[in-house]
Design a binder for this molecule. Sequence first.
Ligand code: COA
Length: 239
Amino acid sequence: MELPIKKAIKEETKKEVKFKVENNDHLKTKMMSEKGYATDCNNALKKNSSNKSVPLCNLNNLQLRFLCPSDLLEVRALCRNWFPIDYPYTWYEEITSNPRFYSLAAIYEGVIIGLIVAEIKPYSKLNKGDKNILSSCFSKTSSVAYMLSLGVSEDHRRNGIATLLLDNLVSHLTAPENRDCKALFLHVLTTNKPAIRFYEHRNFRLHNFLPYYYSIKGTRRDGFTYVLYLNGGHPPWGL
Ligand SMILES: CC(C)(COP(=O)(O)OP(=O)(O)OC[C@H]1O[C@@H](n2cnc3c(N)ncnc32)[C@H](O)[C@@H]1OP(=O)(O)O)[C@@H](O)C(=O)NCCC(=O)NCCS
């Protein structure tokens, strides 16, 4: 049976979708899209609420919605707090207003407490260093998604918020209209143990070591590329 929220995506008319997770009274989530469509959070919630080891979030009134231009300053303050990297102002303008980005925020009591930002790119447009993510058997028309950002406010960590945001993104990337998207990849500092643990526990695999990839306050720092294969995507044989 079609989930009510999927119906809402198809109709693309409802501005707001409310649902309550069955068998879990304390877990109520409201999804709202300011771009006129809703994302499939229902699957993510059901999947996680049945997994005892990941209790998911137990916050009442948690809302998921897409970022909009008026979020810019709030998002910038959060990112400055979460990440050691200084992004230019234009980066914040882009992720809060350009529809090419899938920029989803978790809102609690009217405040952004988590966000995930990703974009789908043609595989042919990737930088040289990322080009060997996919096996050469995939056509030149394949695409991949790049995760630019994932963060949760310190007070709300280890409540399943990042899992919820990631599951939502993966649901979007595995929807029929995105079947050409064969992988989701990201870069992470080699020293960021909580994030690496998070990705490894969610089936991302280490793809590449990137010496001196980051420039942080004038110092070069190493990075890793992590990849989650989707829609039948796989790495070159032997990797
Ligand atoms: C990495 C990060 C996004 C994870 O966010 P989070 O919301 O804490 O993630 P989750 O709660 O979904 O999962 C984290 C862990 O908490 C556990 N957890 C979830 N709910 C829990 C609960 N109620 N009690 C105890 N543990 C819980 C999960 O099982 C998970 O453990 P695992 O990774 O070993 O499987 C967060 O630490 C962060 O924002 N870090 C700073 C920014 C950053 O480095 N981002 C990544 C850049 S590449």
